[in-house]
Design a protein around this ligand. Structure first.
Ligand code: 6GU
Length: 239
């Protein structure tokens, strides 16, 4: 069975957009996954094709109506996980990409305006997911981010090299730095150990660099990593 993504949106022309290029786009053309969009506005019932209304309780902006979102959702209803992209959601992490890519696909709901009536989110069992602590003008770019992260994990989409890399991020560390020729670029030299041919020394250096950069940039990831992989070396390297 092909991994299937269905996207409910007021802006279907935004899909596949940038992920139609490169890895995910080639995988789409190769039939390793499928993408369909549902124009939420097609489920409006009035002659002006209205999809939103003013918020109960007052305030700025408009809210997507539950009856219209429900009808749009029912048009693609099946057993796939349903994800509502919203800055109010749980943070999207690599484990979510792994879980979603392991299943039959996803149904994604992209919010616009000030929000979506909460009753249709609760009633439909939508999982609420955010891609980070900033506000986008709609869920579409977040949906594209989620899809890219999932699709690259599908069988046959990534090469073996990237798969191994994936495991290293999943281990909870940021990546070590990479270098290629020339060995001397504008007087900046590649770390000596990488030219040594000593595979054990290279592996140890990369691990130490990954730990250092994680400690410096992401104390949250570093704390979690230490809880899971506590080692003498890690403790010695801690500030
Ligand atoms: Cl999922 N949607 C919107 N509109 N903004 C976001 C987001 C989602 N994640 C982070 N910011």
């Amino acid at each position: 069975m092909t991994w299937r993504a269905s996207v409910l949106t007021l802006f279907p022309e935004m899909f596949p957009g940038p992920i139609g290029q490169s890895l995910a786009g080639r995988a789409l053309e190769a039939g390793r996954w499928s993408l369909d969009t549902v124009q939420i506005r097609d489920f409006a019932t009035d002659r002006h094709r209205t999809v939103d209304d003013t918020p109960f309780g007052g305030g700025a902006g408009m809210v997507l109506r539950p009856d219209i979102v429900d009808a749009a959702s029912a048009s693609v209803a099946d057993d796939r996980p349903r994800v509502f992209l919203t800055p109010r959601g749980r943070p999207f992490v690599q484990a979510d990409a792994m879980r979603l890519s392991a299943g039959p696909g996803v149904v994604l709901l992209c919010g616009r305006y000030e929000g979506v009536d909460q009753r249709v989110i609760d009633a439909g069992g939508w999982e609420e997911i955010s891609i980070g602590d900033y506000v986008l003008s709609g869920g579409e770019l977040a949906a594209l981010v989620l899809l890219d992260a999932c699709v690259r994990l599908l069988p046959g989409v990534m090469g073996a090299a990237e798969s191994a890399e994936e495991e290293s991020f999943s281990a909870g560390l940021l990546e070590y730095p990479h270098y290629t020729r020339p060995a001397d670029w504008q007087g900046r030299l590649v770390p000596e150990v990488l030219l040594s041919g000593h595979h054990g020394a290279v592996a140890a250096w990369r691990r130490a660099e990954a730990e250092r950069i994680t400690r410096e940039r992401r104390p949250d990831l570093w704390a979690a990593y230490q809880r899971n992989h506590g080692s003498v070396a890690s403790r010695a390297a801690a500030p």
